[in-house]
Write a protein that binds this ligand. Sequence first.
Ligand code: ARG
Length: 457
Amino acid sequence: KEAKLWGGRFEESVTDAVERFTESISYDKQLYKHDIMGSRAHASMLAHQGLMSDSDRDSILQGLDQIEKQIEAGEFVWRTDREDVHMNIEAALTDLIGEPAKKLHTARSRNDQVLTDFRLWCRDAIDAILSFIKRLQVSLVTLAEKNEGLIVPGYTHMQRAQPVLLQHLLLAYVEQLERDAGRLLDCRVRLNFCPLGACALAGTGLPIDRFMTSKALGFTAPLRNSIDAVSDRDFVLEFLSANSIIAIHLSRIGEEWVMWASEEFGFLTPSDSVSTGSSIMPQKKNPDPMELVRGKSARIVGDLVSLLVLCKGLPHAYNRDLQEDKEPVFDSVKTIIGMLEVSAEFAQNITFNQERIKKALPAGHLDATTLADYLGVPFRTSHDIVGRAVGCCVSKNCQLQDLSLDELRSINPVFEKDVYEFLGVENSIKKFCSYGSTGAECVASQLEYWMSKLNID
Ligand code: ARG
């Protein structure tokens, strides 16, 4: 057995079970690129500060280049007995270049190293998620553009409420995604501070320059407090909270589309390319991708909860428990990207069934509120009058526009001939004009805003 990097004081080697239980290489090897980036910056700083010779620095940099190439070519051997990504790379570097490699861990601990890697990794992950959010927004805006003028029932309590333009609903999704992106950007700002040089927890007596490494790695500044630097996990808690909100948003879109694809609604048809079949029922065509978007939101919330519970009550500074912070983050990022990607593809591959939607519109008295707005008597009175008119429709099994002026006047003389200009879904929706409403002009200006913001032409 190879001696451990930390083996000096030990007389026995660890058992196989302990080795298997404590390793993290099986998953933290994902951090290799950022680990190497951090080591490059650290070695350069050590040489600059006279803590290592320029020639040692050069052989370290060349060795790291070579290791990176081996990893990328799939030729690097990851060893469980070397525990984690940091010690795998350091030990491989020692195998490769010998003595100089032993100087790399000067004024560095795995505690600050792992957090440097992790923050860099999360920063890239946030950038990737942001680009997938944008892709989904573009797909939704394009879908809205294709469906100009299409009126759909708007629901509250899942009961018919008021008519809305489909575009209006699709652009509501886009607004939510924009705030999701904003939350990630906020998180990125707070996350972008450098732990490197905090060492184990107390900093160091060696003359390092933390500002130099921080700058080289693209961080805003070094973290001010070394204990905080190695203890803090709130950057990942915040990141996974932001992911959870995205996931919840996507699950709501998923639910809506799954429902709308049902025979009962029949409002939309996904293309075959985004549907799957049944192993027993030959007729089935299921909207599985969006069901899984809904379903996978559970694990994203689960990942956040795992991290919250992991951190609860942990004393400062580093505790090995914290090694458990990686997998939920890796899972959350991989899952949210998949959800965003597939939602965008789904949006690109659905057709709204205009005929079916049109046929559905008359039911549910979607025009009742517009009528109540029109009557020109105090709203509570108007609400009551229209309520009674609706009651009349319910007993006659007809719509408001089917009631004659006499019938309406028998409820209340306030009705005039022009009442019919307010009735029916098409008439009703024309009346909306408040800022942000579903009126055609308001929606057109929303659409215009998003098309230009997202550079769609
Ligand atoms: N693999 C460890 C982790 O992910 C690295 C830090 C280990 N530090 C230590 N003192 N054991 O947390």
